[in-house]
Design a protein around this ligand. Structure first.
Ligand code: PLP
Length: 235
């Protein structure tokens, strides 16, 4: 019988294989899609197993849990904050966070600016967009995103790198294709460029349920938890 941890590595490879196949179908390069392993509620030992298989990008939703795992685990892990972030918690992650996916207000951007300045660094962020306009979800409406984008661009220690969304939970992932298209269009319209005038927009979209469709529609980062780690148990 195989150990649980061998299975984790196999799941990671299966997911990666589906991403690569979706890239091929849509004429994209597999290396342009980052697979973020969403490890919330999962133990450090499970993360280590994937780390040993080469995985470096992990996503967490809760600051306390992120802090504990950051303390305990290898320092070259790139930690992504993907959950709703309260302003008073920014200080706990400001010195090491790799990318904050969930900026949805000027006030939060201001706090990140202040903390980044204190730590003498620039923090990379994405704007979270609530594409389905679901009441239960955080994020700005798509029509509010350009103004927030312009605001963040005016902050010297916050770098706007793109957009993130969690599409509605649907039985058929095809139903979310339209939302992924909308987010991609937003990214094209607000044309994120670096100093060399290259478009550098990150599109963080697609979860276990719908990442294949998201990749077909241009996702450059997919956030997969359940399909790698199995179902989550909350106490
Ligand atoms: C939990 C979570 C994920 C992973 O969801 P799965 O369905 O388990 O793949 C992705 N993104 C966000 C923002 C999450 O909170």
């Amino acid at each position: 019988m195989k150990g649980v941890n061998t299975m984790l590595r196999e799941q990671l490879e299966i997911v990666r294989g589906k991403i690569d196949a979706a890239c091929k179908r849509s004429g994209r390069k597999p290396e342009d899609v980052l697979l973020l392993a969403v490890s919330k509620t999962k133990p450090a030992s499970a993360i280590m197993e994937l780390y040993e298989a080469g995985q470096r990008d992990f996503g967490e939703n809760y600051v306390q849990e992120l802090r504990e795992k950051h303390e305990e685990l290898p320092k070259d892990i790139r930690w992504h904050m993907i959950g709703h972030l309260q302003r008073n918690k920014v200080k706990y992650i400001a010195d090491y966070i790799y990318l904050i996916h969930s900026v949805d207000s000027k006030e939060l951007a201001d706090t990140i600016e202040k903390e980044a300045f204190k730590h003498n660094r620039v923090i990379s962020v994405l704007i979270e967009v609530n594409v389905g306009e679901e009441e239960s979800k955080f994020g700005v409406r798509i029509d509010e995103a350009p103004e927030l984008a312009a605001y963040i661009r005016s902050l010297p220690h916050v770098k706007l790198c793109g957009y993130m969304t969690s599409a509605p939970y649907v039985a058929d992932p095809e139903e979310n294709r339209k939302y992924f298209r909308e987010l991609r269009q937003l990214s094209v319209d607000t044309d994120l460029q670096n100093d060399n005038n290259e478009t550098v927009g990150i599109l963080s979209m697609g979860m276990s349920n719908d990442y294949v469709v998201a990749v077909e529609e241009g996702a450059t980062c997919v956030r997969v938890g359940t399909e790698i780690f199995g179902a989550r148990h909350y106490d």
